[in-house]
Design a protein around this ligand. Structure first.
Ligand code: SF4
Length: 385
């Protein structure tokens, strides 16, 4: 049987955060129930088509999957397990917003076989949380933290955001040290991105004037120091950086995301979800009504399908693989494409090594620390004519 990863999208949030451009919105309970009904119908429709696969990871993301009721979570997982051959040892992750967890829900997550939680904390400072438009305080996070630990969750990620307006190296360091003292098994530390169409972009985008007295975005130098500080503090607390923005204790890398960076087959389920099966990337419709109509009428949910050429696949192999600290393995490249990496990228590899951006061994290629600082520029060098 072939390996498969599943991603399930829950496009609902209590309210929209000021920086977020993900496919999510607030919705009343009846709308959420209609969506869950459609989702379950979609899941059941895959029974035949994916019978040749076994599922090694499930990731329920959003949006805010933790807005679902215990009954809805049970129903979704029941449909998943009845429709797919899910490994007994599968990694099963649920994204959690601390403002939406309850003891009853946490119990239901456990009973549904969820064995990994990813909690979106972002900052331990309530002023920063308010600025981001988050619905929770740090105290609420701590309450959820205690509950999930008491319920027996032993594989938990905490999401943090750096580069928040007004943030200093000191305040970022305080967030990191406070969270690492709780000893989560995994930490994701992303820099704030100003996405078009968000209130943050409206306020802080290029050329905007911030009124006197209001906090501004950290300057480039502070941003660079924040980046260095993250690695220093997390290393001291026993975390290994295994991807540009992800850190884990030994044995707790996120298998689902590693599969994504290694271009394993994954199937996206739900509104706007994207998939990679073989050399086909496809993406579902992102309009809720259209999605529900198509599910009801058993019509194709795809809005966009791309058949990747060998050249596209080679480029993806490089961009995604180099995100990981271990880099890419030369024999894997040969196995995937029947050509050595030097035959395709010999000149680029030599040049990037000369600039001190890549480290090249007999069997692997990885970014140096400097290469990681300007990773997007390095990735661009791997585009083929
Ligand atoms: S909770 Fe997450 S998905 Fe929802 S609006 Fe905030 S950042 Fe976006």
């Amino acid at each position: 049987m072939k390996e498969l990863e599943l991603y399930v999208h829950i496009p609902f949030c209590v309210q929209k955060c000021a920086y977020c451009d993900f496919l999510s919105a607030s919705a009343e309970p009846s709308k959420r129930q209609d969506y869950v009904d459609a989702l379950i119908r979609e899941i059941r429709g895959y029974r035949q088509a994916y019978a040749a696969y076994h599922v090694r990871t499930i990731f329920v993301g959003g949006g805010t999957p933790s807005v679902l009721t215990p009954e809805q979570i049970r129903a979704v997982f029941c449909a998943l397990r009845e429709s797919f051959c899910v490994d007994q040892e599968a990694e099963v992750t649920l994204e959690v917003n601390p403002g939406t967890g309850t003891r009853e829900k946490i119990q239901a997550w456990k009973e549904a076989g969820i064995n990994r939680l990813s909690i979106g904390l972002q900052s331990v400072r309530d002023t920063e949380l308010r600025m981001l438009g988050r619905i929770h305080t740090y105290r609420q996070f701590l309450e959820i933290w205690d509950e999930v630990r008491s319920a027996g969750f032993r594989n938990v990620n905490v999401d943090l955001i750096s580069g928040i307006p007004g943030q200093t190296i000191k305040s970022w360091g305080q967030t990191l040290e406070t969270v690492t003292n709780l000893q989560p098994e995994h930490l994701s530390a992303y820099s704030l991105m100003l996405e078009k169409g968000t209130p943050f972009h409206e306020k802080y985008g290029e050329g905007k004037q911030i009124p006197d007295g209001e906090p501004t975005l950290p300057d480039e130098e502070t941003d660079r120091l924040i980046y260095e500080e993250t690695e220093r503090i997390l290393r001291a607390y026993g975390y290994t950086r295994y991807e540009i923005s992800n850190y884990a204790k030994e044995g707790y890398q996120c298998r689902h995301n590693v599969g994504y960076w290694k271009r394993k087959d994954y199937l996206g389920i739900g509104l706007g979800a994207s998939s990679l099966i073989g050399n086909r990337r496809f993406c579902h419709v992102s309009d809720l009504r259209e999605y529900q109509k198509r599910v009801k009428n058993r019509r194709d949910l795809c809005e966009e399908t791309t058949l990747l050429s060998v050249k596209d696949e080679m480029e993806e192999f490089m961009f995604l693989g180099l995100r990981m600290t271990e880099g890419i393995k030369k024999p894997d490249f040969y196995r995937a494409f029947g050509r050595t990496i030097e035959q395709i990228y010999g000149e680029v590899l030599a040049r990037m090594e000369r600039y001190g951006l890549l480290e090249i061994g007999d069997r692997e290629v990885r970014l140096t620390d400097r290469g990681r600082d300007i990773s997007n520029a390095v990735f661009a060098e791997f585009l083929l004519e």
